[in-house]
Design a protein around this ligand. Structure first.
Ligand SMILES: [Zn+2]
Length: 361
């Protein structure tokens, strides 16, 4: 889950505010009018987060969320019969990684051991699109690696399990992943054919969010991070179920994987995230170059995946909370006695707040 619901909630809040202002306009007295405007603004400030929490709970915890997801899938299939982006597979030795564009901006990934014909899929949002890729590749689906419970990442688990009886569903027990058969804890490993994945607990977006790292070293490739909604090209997931401190620690785990690690995110958000980042850091050549490149890519609907952790460190504001230029751009300074990580969490919180507002407009 990423943004549209937030916009709907904000629209609801704006509508509520507009009603308040309409009533105020009946008041001819300028003082009363001003007071009414302030009261409406205060109400909006209170109602916005409350409506958002209610909307999020309905999405994440009730059947309404599933029905919303089903509608999203149907609309996306009609709008993008061949997927929202053009993606290309990547291979190292016997490993083949096939990004599958699903819904309006999600990615599932089919990761294949071409030697044995066994495969795992990360976040099968749309089971039909994933099944089509499985049939085209002629592989046996052994594992679903689910990053988190949101329907736009886990909605295809049940249908694929029904079709592939021996397929196991991996994820965190903390996250109510549909059809979960094999709960994982931090740093547990999953093997599929000769492929080995490490599960990393990366809470913040949800309480049980997990990322998966494919060890491609035996095949001459770099590590591959399937980050779900932890980390995007130039962005990070919303803090639905975690504090800025929690998210910062999870992002530090991703950074700790090393510069050559390939980043395979859960969404195609590159252009939006890079544009937002460029409003924060006005003089960052790496950011300018990446934005130009992404603009060209997206004009042709080409996928922007993967980037690398090394690249992300040069332009992704959520990985640059330690950088003075970003702190200054936000107008934040470290308080005396404030621990470095507490300050970085404050910077992350402010970047996230601004991004949420940017997305809502
Ligand atoms: Zn999500």
């Amino acid at each position: 889950m990423a943004g549209p619901r937030c916009r709907a909630v904000l629209r609801a809040a704006a509508a509520a505010g507009a009603c308040g202002l309409g009533a105020a306009s009946l008041l001819r007295c300028p003082v009363l009018h001003r007071l009414a405007r302030r009261a409406a603004a205060a109400l909006m400030a209170l109602a916005g987060p409350l409506l958002f929490r209610v909307g999020y709970s309905l999405y994440a915890r009730t059947r309404l969320g599933y029905l919303f997801y089903k509608r999203q899938v149907k609309k996306a299939r009609e709008r993008y019969p061949r997927g929202h982006s053009v993606s290309r597979p990547l291979g190292f030795g016997v490993v083949k990684i096939l990004p599958i564009p699903v819904l309006s901006n999600n990615y599932s990934y089919l990761v294949i051991d071409t030697g044995s014909g066994r495969a795992a899929v990360v976040d099968p949002s749309d089971p039909l699109a994933v099944q089509a890729a499985i049939e085209e590749e002629g592989v046996l689906l052994e594992a679903i690696l689910c990053t988190h419970k949101h329907w736009d990442h886990s909605g295809g688990n049940a249908a694929l399990r029904q079709q592939h009886g021996s397929c196991k569903v991996y994820g965190s027990a903390l996250d109510a992943v549909p059809e979960l058969t094999n709960p994982l804890t931090d740093k547990e490993r999953v093997s599929v054919g000769c492929l080995s994945f490490e599960a990393l607990a990366t809470p913040g977006h949800t309480v049980g969010h997990m990322a998966y790292v494919l060890d491609a070293a035996p095949f001459g490739g770099p590590p591959c991070l399937f980050s779900g909604d932890l980390l995007f090209l130039a962005g990070c997931g919303r803090l639905f179920e975690g504090s800025p401190e929690t998210m910062l620690a999870s992002l530090d785990v991703a950074v700790g994987l090393g510069e050559d690690t390939l980043l395979w995110p859960g969404h195609e958000y590159a252009l939006e995230c890079l544009t937002f980042a460029s409003l924060l850091e006005l003089d960052n050549p790496a950011l300018e170059r990446k934005l130009l490149w992404a603009t060209e890519q997206r004009q042709e609907k080409r996928s922007t995946c993967p980037s690398t952790i090394g690249e992300e460190k040069t332009y992704n504001p959520f990985l640059r909370t330690h950088r003075r230029e970003l702190q200054e751009a936000l107008g934040l300074t470290r308080r005396s006695g404030e621990p470095a990580d507490a300050f970085r969490a404050r910077v992350l919180k402010e970047v996230r707040r601004r991004k949420d507002l940017y997305k809502a407009t």
